[in-house]
Design a protein around this ligand. Structure first.
Ligand code: HEC
Ligand code: HEC
Length: 257
């Protein structure tokens, strides 16, 4: 009679066993979840996963956003995160104020210059040549600010005349000696066409040819040459920073006056 509506002692024991079994299963599952979480971290450092993480370097970034317009965060997410996301190769890790402190102390211009030209295991432009100077600068500001800095990121790109004078790369340009940096680039890249005047290139040392080119001013000439002009490829095919390219132009121009 008593077993018809309520539970007898046998059923209570069964329910208790059920609860215990459920708890054991749940705890086992949770434990598995936690350990597999750690396994993912451990796998991060295997050769294959490191290679896979390095792979996107050099691929095009945020294809939907036109070059020059990408924000610091977009550039970080697409390129820099490969190493700076977890401190790969000894890079200062994103958000790690202790790691970024001594970097930030170098000043924004130096950090941007190092990010543009490369610095030890840090590849130039994080290994992605499609990044413009101001995009790299914005990514530097984004990362450094997450590590405790208060850098103002350059907004407009160098293709807009407004940004060139204010941005850090332009400030760094002043420090690049045309007779050292510019000469080296000229002799390795520009010489191919500008030495002999291939395809109508203004010849090195040809005052008359250069005087015509220089009428709109050096900044304008740099803009034209950066974009490319007929047989002149963008930046003359040079893949380094705008500041370095400027030094190469100045080297040619200074020797053609
Ligand atoms: C392939 C790995 C890798 C990628 C990708 C990478 N970095 Fe780095 N980065 C490093 C390493 C390693 C260092 C530390 C170099 C050192 O101090 O010897 C570093 C250091 C830096 C520094 C500090 C330089 C200094 O003077 O202390 C800046 C700034 C920086 N990276 C910016 C960037 C930006 C911006 C990007 C993305 C556009 C990027 N990095 C992508 C590896 C990388
Ligand atoms: C493949 C050949 C080639 C290479 C390499 C090359 N140039 Fe040129 N460059 C030209 C040609 C051709 C012109 C003239 C284009 C025209 O007016 O149609 C030119 C024009 C220029 C001009 C004048 C732009 C203007 O406003 O009229 C500058 C500045 C310049 N180049 C800089 C450089 C620099 C700096 C390098 C090396 C980093 C370089 N070029 C490499 C072919 C080249």
């Amino acid at each position: 009679m008593s077993n018809e509506n309520g539970m007898g002692p046998g059923q209570i024991v069964k329910v208790l066993i059920g609860i215990v079994v459920f708890l054991v299963v749940a705890i086992t599952l949770l434990a598995k979840l936690a350990t597999s979480g750690f396994n993912v971290d451990a796998e991060v450092m295997t050769n294959e996963s490191v290679a896979a993480r390095l792979k996107p370097v050099g691929d095009s970034v945020a294809a939907d956003a036109p070059p020059g317009s990408r924000t610091g965060e977009q550039v970080f997410q697409a390129v820099c995160i490969t190493c700076h996301g977890n401190g790969l190769l000894g890079s200062p890790k994103f958000g790690d104020a202790a790691a970024w402190g001594p970097r930030i102390a170098k000043g924004f211009a130096t950090l941007v210059q190092h990010a543009l030209s490369g610095f030890n295991a840090m590849p130039a432009r994080g290994g992605n040549a499609t990044l413009t100077d101001s995009e790299v600068a914005r990514a530097v500001a984004y990362m450094a600010n997450a590590g405790g800095a208060k850098f103002a990121a350059p907004q407009a790109d160098a293709s807009g005349a407004s940004a060139t004078s204010a941005s850090a790369p332009a400030a760094a340009a002043a420090a690049l000696d045309p007779n050292v940096v510019g000469k080296k680039i000229y002799e390795s890249v520009c010489v191919a066409c500008h030495q002999a005047g291939v395809s109508g290139a203004p010849k090195f040392g040809d005052k008359a040819a250069w005087a015509v080119r220089l009428k709109p001013g050096l900044d304008e000439v740099q803009k034209i040459a950066t974009k490319g002009l007929n047989a002149m490829p963008p930046k003359g095919g040079y893949s380094g920073s705008d500041a370095e390219f400027r030094a190469a132009i100045e080297y040619m121009v200074n020797n053609s006056k």
